[in-house]
Structure formats: C-alpha cells, structure tokens
Design a binder for this molecule. Structure first.
Ligand SMILES: NC(=O)c1ccc[n+]([C@@H]2O[C@H](COP(=O)([O-])OP(=O)(O)OC[C@H]3O[C@@H](n4cnc5c(N)ncnc54)[C@H](OP(=O)(O)O)[C@@H]3O)[C@@H](O)[C@H]2O)c1
Length: 202
C-alpha cells in the first residue's frame, strides 16, 4: 500500500513507520520540520498542498497519523488560547487530514488517527488533552458512518514505556505499554477491515 504517515520522526511515528515499512508498504513520511514532505497539519492550506503533492497518480491507500500536540497545565492556569491550541494541535488537525484527504484516498483506503488514554483516564493537568482526545474519538465514530467504503479508526494508547522518562511523572501508578504494541494497533487498523473502532492499547 502507498501510506502517508504524519509524525514519522516521533516516538510513536518511528515505530509505526518501522512496522508498516517492514510489512512491505511504501511509506511517505510527513513532519512539521522534516520527512519526505514538511507540513504543519494545523494549517488547513498546508494540508491541501500536502495532498496535492503526494496523492497524484493512483492516490493513497492509507493516511496514518501519529502527531498531535496538546497543552498540559492545571485547569486553573489554562487559558482560552491553551484550550484552542490543544484542539487545533490534536483534533482539528487530524479532522482536517480526513476532511481533505477523503477525495485523495482510494475507495478501499483507510484513515488511522491518534487519541490516547486520557479520554478515559484523566490525569492532573490533562484536561485540554482529554477533551481534544475525546473530540478525535467522537469524530472517528461519526465519520465511520459517512466514509464507507473508506474506513477510519483511532489508536488510543496509554503512556508508552519508551516515553516514561519524559512523561512518566504524569502517570503515577499507571502501567506503560511497549511501542511495539502501539505499532501493532496501527497495522491492525491499516490492514484490517474494521471501521469506527478505537483501538485501546493499555
Ligand atoms: N508517547 C506516548 O506515551 C503517547 C501515549 C499516548 C498517546 N500519545 C499521542 O501520540 C502522539 C505522538 O506522540 P509522541 O510521543 O510520538 O510525540 P513526539 O515524539 O513528540 O513526535 C511527534 C511527531 O509528530 C510531528 N508533529 C507534531 N505536530 C505536528 C504538526 N502540527 N504537523 C505535522 N507534524 C507534527 C512531529 O514532527 P516534528 O518533530 O517535525 O515537529 C513528530 O514527528 C501525540 O498526539 C500523543 O498525545 C503518545
């Protein structure tokens, strides 16, 4: 398959890239600062240019996202800009990938978005991220009834073991998961037949 992978240089994205490339897929990598194509997916016009550039010829078979920033601050310190930035960084960006991407995707193609455990298991200072993750998951369920025969799923991991040094303090007492399990969930979404699923990796 010809697969567009956003966030390929990141912790999750690197593992997803290795897993999908290892299964023989043709990967086109996207990042804010590097990759085959540089694109900030929070900019709808840049997303349009991205698709015009990569989807020529036979189009894409899958769009996979492992990118999305949110602001982590105690609720009492969150500004309106922080909340807007979190929705733009994690939810609106991914919705835009789907909204614009559908016409560039093959009829049997799929979208796989990223959410996270905070939808179900809130943590201190994570309210904006929880809300943005919830928006991603609600969008996936809704889009799944309009996209067929194209498919859409989300992967919702808890904190990954390889990120514990960076984020472990935010997740006291919560078990981590190895990146390989997260990458497997992406493979399942891309190569499987289900749609409208939230693949929790916990
Ligand atoms: N790590 C975890 O334990 C964990 C657990 C659950 C969920 N998640 C979610 O998984 C996603 C990835 O996390 P991560 O830890 O892998 O992050 P990461 O290591 O910081 O990597 C993020 C990647 O996404 C790219 N990116 C970020 N914003 C972008 C934008 N607006 N446009 C284009 N590319 C963008 C980055 O590109 P540049 O480097 O060029 O900026 C980078 O390649 C996040 O949404 C996070 O909430 C992570």
């Amino acid at each position: 398959m010809k697969i567009l992978l956003v966030g390929a240089s990141g912790t999750l994205g690197g593992a997803v890239r290795t897993a999908l490339a290892g299964r023989g897929h043709d990967m086109i990598t996207v990042g804010r600062t590097g990759g085959d194509v540089v694109c900030d997916i929070t900019d709808p016009e840049a997303v349009g240019r991205l698709y015009e550039r990569v989807a020529g010829g036979s189009g894409l078979d899958a769009v996979v996202c492992a990118a999305g920033d949110a602001v982590f601050k105690p609720l009492g310190e969150l500004t309106a800009d922080d909340v807007a930035a979190s929705f733009r960084g994690k939810a609106l960006s991914q919705i835009e990938l789907v909204r614009q991407g559908s016409r560039h995707l093959s009829p049997a193609g799929s979208f796989t978005l990223i959410s996270g455990v905070l939808t179900q298991e809130p943590i201190l200072a994570g309210a904006a991220a929880s809300a943005a993750n919830g928006a991603v998951e609600a969008f996936v369920r809704a889009a799944a009834i309009e996209l067929p025969p194209q498919r859409i799923n989300a992967v919702s991991p808890t904190v990954v073991t390889e990120s514990l040094d960076a984020y472990g303090a935010f997740f006291p007492g919560m078990e981590s998961v190895p990146l390989s399990r997260v990458a497997n969930a992406y493979v399942r979404s891309v190569e499987g037949r289900q749609t409208g699923r939230i693949y929790e990796v916990a």
